[in-house]
Design a protein around this ligand. Sequence first.
Ligand code: NAI
Length: 457
Amino acid sequence: MELFDLIILGGGPAGYNAAERAGNAGLKTLVIEKRALGGVCLNEGCIPSKSLLYCAKAYDYAKNGEHYGVTAKDVAIDQKYVVDRKNKVVKTLVSGIGMKMRKAKVKVVDAEGMIQGKTADGFQVEAGGEVYTGKNLLIAAGSEPVIPPIPGLREGVASGFVMTNREVLDLEQIPAQMTVIGGGVIGLEMASYYCTVGCKVTVIEMLDHIAGPTDREISGILMKNYANKGIDFKLGCKVTAVTDHSVCYEDPDGKAQEVAADKVLCSIGRRAVTTGYGLENLNVVMERGAIVTDEQMRTNIAGLYAAGDVNGKIMLAHTAYREGEVAINTILGIKDRMRYDAIPSVIYTNPEVGAVGITEDDAKAKGLDVEVVKMSLKMSGRYLAENPDGDGILKLIVDKKYRRVLGVHMIGNYASEIIYGAAMMVETEMQVDDLKEIVFPHPTVCEVIREALFDVK
Ligand code: NAI
């Protein structure tokens, strides 16, 4: 029985990043992964969707180039090529993770792991017919799509009519009409892709707004943009059934409605994976279907850690990376802790949405004394040069007493790349007057943040 300092169950962003850090720090580390290194993020989430979305952007710009004096005839998108290209990107990245593991001297077992229990030596995990013992065990088993008990939905998944985040990335033919259940991040990114490449998309969302916790004004702008591009948003609607060719729902007036579809995407959230790998043999404390962890990613059991979607805190790959690092530092005896108030989030639509920290509504609900500085992105010369009709905005939420930035929310390209700078402002708790001394490159869209800082009273 081989003994490890650390066994990691799951090779997604939480697992592989933790493994690399652990291996490089000298811990004898084993990663057990049943599908492919990289997890959902690399194989069927963040990366493949961005590959598809970039193709849609290129197609959109070629088709609508007249705004820039560019006309092109017979612009077409080759969906099979798009999917093949995406697969190549994924393959390159997954093999890169394998190389990282080898470099960090991490052993990888390609098999399903099964926790058997804990003895004085550590945690026993069986994988591929071998039993391994780890002084520490990090659970990084990720999450899976929620498929609620709506009549016909599970049958639809079984027949291939209903897709999850996995299948929607592999369609080699663009359907004529697609219905998306859930107007959250996955729903919006995929609706954005399919609408851009010519599919008639309907989004059914049970709330009265899209994009969940996003600033309402910003989610409103995003919705208007995509409504203009042709997405039919059905807000405040409850899906009641899925047939083999349609989705039935109740509209806000309680009337039964039906929308025909060639394909349906079910994107109504994800839940932590906590069964199927022997977790029940450890008596770990769980809450709302996820493993409970503290700021060091420790569970109630000594030596057992959980990082990434499996702890149900914030289901984002970059949160998972950081949680994995915090777990490893804790194992190594390095003081570290996880903070959740400065985690940026991005919706990779076109225009992109980037956000970090508290929203204006959150601040009001918490009774915080804040100043909200709102600015059009047209304050940026570069934005104006590239988006003459753009309606992008930025909102800066500043604590009046301590003059610290508590939140930054924006819609407009390149929000996805800009938002990390804003996250640094929130994370470091620097004061507005110190932030004003930072020189921003000109001309860039991020300069709008600087302008907004100067507008703080
Ligand atoms: P989500 O939680 O973002 O959105 C689900 C939406 O479905 C919500 O707006 C909810 O109100 C709606 N909904 C729930 N039940 C419904 C029903 N029966 N009928 C109609 N609407 C219903 O979940 P999503 O989009 O599935 O994403 C899952 C996870 O993946 C999220 O945690 C997300 O943050 C993450 N993700 C992040 C991305 C990014 O950072 N760019 C990209 C893709 C996913």
